[in-house]
Structures are given as structure tokens and as C-alpha cells.
Write a protein that binds this ligand. Structure first.
Ligand SMILES: Nc1ncnc2c1ncn2[C@@H]1O[C@H](COP(=O)(O)OP(=O)(O)OP(=O)(O)O)[C@@H](O)[C@H]1O
Length: 283
């Protein structure tokens, strides 16, 4: 499964301190306009780990990914990538950091007019001066890793949704990033394709020495591949731990969410007048 990548083709990496987290959010608050979405969030992730970000819709999971890619800056606090605060970076610094991140956002849209091969080659052509022969080797290695070397000449319209997601995955790791951010990578996939995509995220993470953050509503699959799970609700990380720790959590919010119970701290019903009053029946 693991693609062999010759040393000459791999981008230079800073030798990491074994214990230093690759990413860290320190007391981060942020929002859109006047609306505060995250309020004093702390989150750490060590290299080599897969973190699942879960939580209620609109809780701020995607916002965390936007902070890490610096599509959004914090109002206060720090967002550290490999020990470096990314908020003050100039364009060149930001570009260098983003090169070390792969991103697969919802549905991982492919360029419809480009072949599978060219879709994966795209970031390599954009960001490197590699020769055509090297690009070919790298693209085929990445496609091999996702099981689609044989589909290289097909167009996105000629492959299934599950295959397209795997091509998007190959593209996200084309530049050998340190960190890969996945936003709803399983959305719209059938159970078999979903299982394959989830396993691939874990296997690629381990084989290529990546660190991965997966935002997903699919708790079964993400709990199956994650080392750690962080639950975000009401603008805060309300729980973080191993999948087993979250399953065993006594926190009512975590129990409601992980146990998929309709009622708990997050109410199913909007506050309303009594049912009897609306339907004109006596209680
Ligand atoms: N560009 C934006 N401008 C204004 N508000 C936004 C913007 N993006 C997100 N929001 C708001 O911020 C809140 C958090 O959004 P976010 O997308 O981070 O949540 P989420 O946990 O990823 O949700 P979901 O699981 O539904 O994708 C939501 O209330 C959303 O409406």
C-alpha cells in the first residue's frame, strides 16, 4: 500500500522534536464579523496521529480547519503549526506553510476537464519545478496508493463517487504534506466506499508519516480510525480523548451526541407553547 518515494523526490522536512505537537490552538477565539464562533479553544495534536473533530452542526468544526489553513485569523490566542504562530506570517511564509498542508474539503471537487492523472499532477505543476518524468512517477505512486493507477486516463465523469473521493485524496497528498485536513470526506459515499475511504485515510497517514484531522458526522467510521477525538460544541472543545474514552464519557453532551440520543443538553424541540395549546386538545 505505501508508495515508495525516492528521497530526491521528497520535499525537505524540518527534523521534528519527537514530543512537540504538530498543531496547537492556544486559547483561540474567532468568529465571522461580530459573531464569535470559537471562544477560548485549546487543542493539541501530536505528529503521526489521526484526530477526529466531531460535534453538532454549526458548532465550529470547519472553522477550526479554516484557522489551521489561515483562511481565518483568530481574534485572540495563537494557532501554532510546527511550533510557529501562523497568524503574523506574510504571504511567502503562509505559502510555505500551506505547502505542508493537504486539504480535502467537502466532496473534494475535481477539475472536470482534467484526467485523473492531471488532477493529481495539478499541485505538483503549480508548486514545484519537478521534471515531467518525476511528476509522472509521483502521480502514479499516489494513484497506486489509493488503488487507482489503472484509472489514470479517465475523466472525473467516468469514475464513481467513491473513486473520485480517492482521486481527491491522492491530490491532497501529492506534495507529501505533514498535515492533511479532511472536511466531511465521507459525505455522500455508500457504506462500502465509505469504509474504503476511511481505511485509506488511516493507512496513508501511517505509511506516509502524515498527521490528519478528519471532520465528520460519521462517528462509526471516524472512531474506527482515529487516535483521538475532539468534540466541539457551543464554540468550545467540550471533550477530547481516545475514541474509547469518549464512548465511556459521563458528560451528558458527549453521551447524547455519541449515543445519538435525540434529547439531552441539545434539545430536539425548539422551545414552544405546550402541544395541547397548539392542537386545541385538553391535556
Ligand atoms: N463565512 C462565514 N460567514 C459567517 N458565518 C459563518 C461563515 N462560515 C460559517 N459560519 C457560521 O459559523 C458557525 C460554525 O460554522 P462551521 O462551518 O465551522 O460549523 P461546523 O461545525 O463545521 O458545521 P457542520 O457540521 O454543519 O458543517 C455556523 O453557525 C455558521 O453559520
Amino acid at each position: 500500500m505505501a508508495p515508495f518515494i525516492p528521497a530526491r523526490l521528497r520535499p525537505a522536512r524540518v527534523t521534528p522534536l519527537a514530543t512537540a505537537p504538530l498543531i496547537e490552538l492556544r486559547n483561540v477565539s474567532c468568529g465571522y464579523g461580530d459573531r464569535v464562533i470559537l471562544d477560548g479553544v485549546n487543542l493539541k495534536l501530536e505528529r503521526g496521529k489521526v484526530l477526529a473533530l466531531i460535534g453538532t452542526s454549526g458548532g465550529g468544526k470547519t472553522t477550526v480547519l479554516r484557522l489551521l489553513g489561515r483562511q481565518l485569523r483568530p481574534i485572540s490566542g495563537q494557532v501554532l503549526f510546527d511550533g510557529q504562530d501562523i497568524a503574523p506570517l506574510d504571504l511567502a511564509g503562509l505559502y510555505a506553510v500551506r505547502r505542508r498542508m493537504g486539504m480535502l474539503f467537502q466532496f473534494g471537487a475535481l477539475f472536470t476537464d482534467l484526467s485523473v492523472f492531471e488532477n493529481v499532477a495539478f499541485p505538483l505543476r503549480e508548486h514545484t519545478d519537478l521534471t515531467e518524468a518525476m511528476i509522472r512517477d509521483l502521480v502514479l505512486m499516489k494513484l497506486n496508493a489509493v488503488g487507482l493507477r489503472g484509472a489514470r486516463d479517465l475523466l472525473p465523469s467516468e469514475i464513481s463517487g467513491g473513486m473520485a473521493r480517492r482521486v481527491a485524496l491522492a491530490r491532497a497528498i501529492a506534495l507529501d504534506p505533514d498535515l492533511v485536513l479532511y472536511d466531511e470526506p465521507f459525505a455522500g459515499l455508500d457504506p462500502i466506499s465509505l469504509g474504503i475511504a476511511a481505511r485509506l485515510i488511516r493507512d496513508l497517514n501511517d505509511a506516509l508519516g502524515l498527521t490528519s484531522i478528519v471532520v465528520s458526522h460519521d462517528l462509526h467510521e471516524t472512531f474506527g480510525i482515529a487516535d483521538e477525538v475532539a468534540m466541539i460544541a457551543n464554540g468550545r472543545v467540550v471533550a477530547q480523548g481516545t475514541p474509547d474514552e469518549l464512548r465511556r464519557s459521563e458528560d451528558p453532551l458527549v453521551r447524547q451526541f455519541v449515543g445519538a440520543q435525540p434529547d439531552g443538553p441539545v434539545r430536539f424541540h425548539q422551545p414552544a407553547v405546550p402541544v395541547a395549546e397548539d392542537f386545541g386538545v385538553s391535556a
